[in-house]
Design a binder for this molecule. Structure first.
Ligand code: PA5
Length: 445
């Protein structure tokens, strides 16, 4: 990242962002920074006590949610479950199949219903606002299918995770008698994976949520440290934002491990939705934000790396590498001369070499990049990584002087959807839409 490594396109020095640091630290546990308050042992016990029976009896657990209500659970499950979890035979899986339905493509919804056994499926409906059209429509479809099959018992197959006392899902959950888990008032969607939003579905598939929280607690200690050389999250925020000021408008997150593939999606949402803002807290129009890009090593070496190495000087690349994979894969010996360099090596060594080789190529091409290395992918290290990303985003938002926790751009689309679907109370929004761009019509089959 620095001048002495990549020349003039690097950073001269990194400075402790005193004001941003202070703003985040003083706000911890307050307002929208309630995410820093991790669940207690008793809360974790309550979640496990409810979810473990589901783990034992269910064939499938389905998350119905979108954005912050889905990405965290998807990322953690992908990191910690067997990489072919759903394809494993039941006896080896030791947990239900896991589906995160974060889109409303009708074919995908039908495909899900085609493959799961509804009798043994549990739907976790997650929406903080309780109002999101995508999630509520998925819920209505799933609940209808369950009721047709199971009658009154259908309600036992639905779990609601939402804001207690507020929103349409909460009202339905109370009247139908669903089990409800609450989302803290000051825990925003993309910062909610370590609350019941992520923990309930993860516990239902047997993920060690106590280990996850233990890792998060460990990270919380160094992510609040005022020493830049100790505080990884603050350092990563400073490096990215300083690079951004030097023209790096793009932040690439590139894990070299399939298990961490969806951590990039999680990061992309945090970084994009939190920092991409028109207005600063001061009211000034700023239009800031660094565009997150998801990549996967080594796959994207053969797709995007050419651009990263020789294209515009507008990217900062963060590699996530893993020291110790959970399995070792030897490359068999072959007598052919051209393959002799692979002899005696493992895929573990090859992927490590390729990560370092790509970092070298970027460095040689004067492209800022950094590597965060996990010793191994465990509940603890994934909990740490989540916390690092969340603190990093909080610090970066404070450095940019924006409201890290709002998303007016997203809300606008949500309201326009309500207007188009004819929701009562959104007539003026529909008028506004049609006044500006003519007729908005819904395509019907
Ligand atoms: O980070 C956010 O706030 C958003 O991505 C939300 O999580 C997303 O829009 C879903 O909202 P809700 O949980 O209210 O359904």
């Amino acid at each position: 990242m620095m001048v002495d490594c990549i020349g003039s396109r690097g950073l001269d020095k990194v400075q402790f962002p005193a004001l941003a640091y202070q703003t985040v630290i003083e706000g911890l546990g307050k307002g929208w920074q309630e995410w820093s308050e991790l669940p207690s042992e008793a809360q974790l016990d309550e979640i496990i006590a409810f979810c473990d029976p589901i783990r034992k009896k269910a064939q499938s657990v389905v998350v119905l949610g979108i954005g912050g209500s889905a990405l965290g659970a998807a990322a953690v499950a992908n990191a910690l479950l067997h990489l072919r979890h759903n394809e494993l035979p039941e006896v080896k899986r030791n947990a239900p199949k896991f589906y995160v339905e974060d889109n409303i493509d009708p074919e995908r919804m039908q495909a899900l219903l085609d493959v799961i056994d509804l009798n043994r499926s549990y739907f976790i409906v997650i929406t903080k606002s309780g109002e999101t059209s995508e999630t509520l429509s998925q819920f209505l479809i799933a609940y209808d299918a369950l009721k047709n099959l199971l009658g009154d018992k259908a309600r036992e197959h639905i779990v609601a995770v939402t804001t207690i006392g507020k929103g349409t899902l909460y009202d339905i959950a109370v009247s139908e008698g669903f089990k409800i888990f609450g989302v803290g008032k000051g825990v925003g969607g993309r910062f909610s994976v370590l609350s019941p939003v992520g923990l309930v579905p993860l516990a239902c598939v047997g993920i060690d949520i106590k280990g996850l929280i233990a890792g998060a607690k460990k990270a919380a200690q160094y992510c609040t440290d005022s020493d830049l050389n100790v505080n990884i999250a603050l350092m990563m925020a400073v490096l990215n934002i300083e690079a951004y000021k030097k023209g790096c408008n793009i932040s690439v997150m590139m894990p070299y491990a399939d298990s961490l593939k969806y951590m990039s999606d999680f990061y992309a949402q945090l970084w994009g939705e939190s920092l991409g803002k028109k207005e600063a807290l001061s009211g000034e129009i700023v239009h800031v934000g660094q565009t997150p890009v998801k990549a996967l090593g080594v796959t994207d070496q053969h797709s995007q790396i050419q651009l990263y190495t020789e294209g515009p000087f507008d990217k900062v690349v963060t590699f996530l590498s893993v020291k110790c994979f959970r399995t070792k894969c030897e490359i068999p010996d072959d007598k052919k001369e051209g393959l002799s360099f692979l002899k005696g090596h493992t895929l573990n060594e090859l992927i490590d070499a390729e990560c370092k080789a790509t970092a070298f190529a970027l460095k040689k091409a004067e492209r800022p990049n950094m590597t965060l290395t996990l010793d191994s992918v465990t509940p603890q290290s994934v909990g740490e990584l989540i916390m690092i990303f969340m603190y990093q985003t909080a610090f970066a938002g404070a450095m940019l002087g924006v409201d890290t926790y709002n998303q007016p751009g997203v809300e606008e689309g949500k309201k326009a959807t309500f207007a188009m679907m004819g929701r009562i109370g959104y007539e003026d929004k529909y008028k506004e839409m049609t006044a500006v761009s003519g007729q908005y019509t819904i395509e019907r089959d």
